[in-house]
Design a protein around this ligand. Structure first.
Ligand SMILES: [Zn+2]
Length: 263
């Protein structure tokens, strides 16, 4: 159900108008922002043509700051995947959200829109993806993280803390590391969000997720039952099938759809 939320049910493209300055009533010159589906800004990440740098903006509620190890892991992985000659920067900012109890996907979209500090992707040469780490939990409280459109994610740290298994293997910190990378993996279009792989690695029982327990895109990574399903080492990387998809999407060998920007 959640994967459905993340990839399929979001095919509806949400349009938000971005008023320029105070002249919002002038609709003829209004710039319309398309926020797309997870994977919708994959080409913008894989190519340097327009977006020469990238920012991952993490906004967290007090007490829900991301682990340094989550940021380091994300930095390492994105450096390997996204072609950004002017670099990839991950920022974190303490933020006050309007919601601190139960979040829906629409809440994540609207709070991401309201709290972002950077200019939206279509106004600059900086590709910005946005991670919210609020207090509270998702409306389905077994969910540790969600990707709700082409650039916005939420990570539910209190649910992650509750999911730590009794022996702390995996620990909450390790779960957060993997959940953050997993949700960014959906922004990278994994698995089969905006394309159809030539490798059979999507789990039919959990669409848009890997059938390989050793991939960070395995469905259990974002589920609160993670500690019961995977003990010990959690995957903290994409597997060879995921990486093959990304390489072929970059080269054009695999067709891609739903892109908000194409080189
Ligand atoms: Zn997922």
């Amino acid at each position: 159900m959640q994967s459905f939320l993340k990839c399929i049910s979001l095919t509806l493209v949400i349009l938000f108008s971005a008023f320029s300055g105070c002249f919002g009533s002038n609709t003829t010159n209004q710039i319309v922002e398309q926020r797309g589906v997870p994977g919708g800004l994959l080409k913008a990440c894989l190519h340097e043509d327009k977006y020469t740098s990238m920012v991952i903006e993490i906004d967290y509620a007090e007490g829900f700051e991301p682990e340094d190890s989550s940021i380091d892991l994300l930095q390492q992985r994105l450096d390997q995947i996204c072609d950004k000659p002017d670099g990839i920067t991950i920022t974190k900012t303490k933020t006050v959200f309007e919601i601190d109890d139960t979040w829906t996907a629409d809440d994540v979209r609207s709070e991401a829109y309201r709290t972002r500090g950077a200019s939206p992707y279509f106004q600059t040469n900086v590709l910005t993806w946005h991670i919210l780490m609020p207090a509270g939990e998702y409306s389905d409280d077994s969910v540790l993280g969600v990707a709700v459109n082409a650039a916005d994610i939420a990570i539910f740290k209190s649910t992650i803390q509750d999911s730590e298994n009794i022996l702390n293997r995996p620990s909450a910190e390790e779960i957060e590391n993997s959940v953050m990378l997993h949700e960014v993996g959906h922004l990278l279009g994994l698995v089969n969000c905006v394309y159809q792989s030539d490798i059979d690695h999507e789990d039919p029982e959990h669409p848009k997720h890997s059938n390989n327990e050793d991939s960070v895109m395995h469905w259990a990574i974002e589920s609160s039952s993670i500690g019961n399903i995977i003990d010990g080492e959690l995957p903290d990387d994409f597997d060879s099938a995921d990486k093959s998809d990304l390489a072929k999407l970059k080269s054009g060998e695999l067709e891609i759809d739903s892109q908000l920007w194409m080189p």
